[in-house]
Design a protein around this ligand. Structure first.
Ligand code: SAM
Length: 324
């Protein structure tokens, strides 16, 4: 399935809940406890129906996310159901890792092979400052066990936060000690806080000056286009640079919110409601049409950013904070 910019769309991120067991200050804000009512959240049956329909459009790679996907009961059953569909090429899950240790065996038995774990600091007090909870140990134990159980790749998402987790080389220790792939991510505009942006490109340049970076291939690379290894590393690291290096041109994804809204571009608030039609008796053909027309309408902004006709609105300001 192609969107209006002729990009091949084959990947869907499915948020299974908006609830989370951490309160990362840069994500939705520490005081935001406004959650979607349970009855507004798509049921697993509704999600599965959409997955089957997406497959008909050639969307065959899926990621389960949230909120925190592991706080939703029975997530392993959804994993198993999706995984059992023949046409599914790839299924992965993004988690903060807090509950992961207890889920690893169930997820593996359900057929999950890949994992992304979010972890912004290896210092317990920093971890608590960022997330509001003292759970670093749980996350680390889960990462080590995931590797032992053979999940591959295990990717570690690190959001770069100025003045908070300026510990890049400390974080890189994970990739020396374990075959995991770190992804340093630039803080995105939808954060409720200002003043924490760090340019990932600068971090890359600093590392490249100090070390010999050897490019490596990592399965399902997504927006982190390049991964590197420093001599002695078992794993690798890469960068997701929505500001320093737009990745719109290679974007292949749709996002489905927990309450059934389809978003074709992360940088646009335009969404298409699928829950109403799903619950209102829409036929499969109706829903397919809705997905197709959402793709046909993909925000003009995405195309302009991608072709360089327009700069991301906060681009100059963000880079300005870095003084370059
Ligand atoms: N709870 C799961 C987790 O922590 O991985 C899945 C959802 S969480 C929203 C997905 C990822 O988005 C996490 O890696 C988080 O750090 C990242 N994230 C949240 N807000 C962000 C922002 N403003 N900029 C960049 N990344 C952000």
């Amino acid at each position: 399935m192609k969107d209006r910019f002729e990009r091949q769309i084959n990947y869907m991120r499915i948020s299974v809940t908006d609830r989370c067991n951490l309160r990362c200050f840069y994500c939705r804000g520490v005081h935001d406890f406004s959650f979607i009512a349970h009855e507004e959240i798509l049921t697993y049956e509704e999600i599965l129906r959409l997955v089957r329909l997406a497959l008909q459009l050639g969307i065959n790679r899926f990621r389960l996310t949230g909120g925190e996907p592991l706080v939703r009961k029975g997530i392993e059953h959804l994993v198993q159901e999706i995984n059992s569909l023949d046409e599914v090429r790839d299924l992965s899950l993004t988690t903060n890792g807090v509950l992961l240790l207890n889920y690893l065996e169930k997820l593996k038995a359900a057929g999950l092979k890949r994992l992304n774990v979010s972890l912004d600091s290896l210092q317990p007090e920093k971890f608590k400052k960022i997330t509001g909870f003292n759970k670093l140990q749980n996350v680390l134990e889960a990462i080590v066990r995931a590797v032992d159980l053979g999940f591959e790749p295990v990717k570690i998402n690190v959001v770069l936060l100025k003045g908070i987790n300026d510990e890049i080389e400390n974080l890189l220790r994970l990739a020396y000690e374990l075959p995991v792939h770190l992804r340093f991510i630039e803080l995105m505009e939808f954060s409720p806080v200002d003043g924490y942006f760090v340019s990932g490109k600068k971090i890359y340049e600093q590392l490249a000056q100090k070390y010999k970076l050897e490019p490596v291939a990592v399965a399902g690379s997504g927006p982190a286009r390049n991964y590197y290894r420093i001599k002695g590393m078992k794993g690798s690291f890469g960068f997701i640079l929505p500001y320093s290096d737009h990745f719109c041109g290679s974007c292949n994804r749709l996002r489905l919110s927990a309450d059934g809204k389809l978003q074709t571009c992360l940088f646009s608030n335009e969404t298409t409601d699928l829950k109403g039609p799903l619950r209102g008796g829409a036929t499969d053909e109706d829903i397919l049409q809705l997905i197709k027309s959402a793709l046909a309408k993909t925000s003009k902004l995405a195309g302009k950013l991608w072709t360089g006709q327009e700069k991301w609105p906060a681009w100059d300001r963000r880079i300005g904070w870095e003084g370059s």
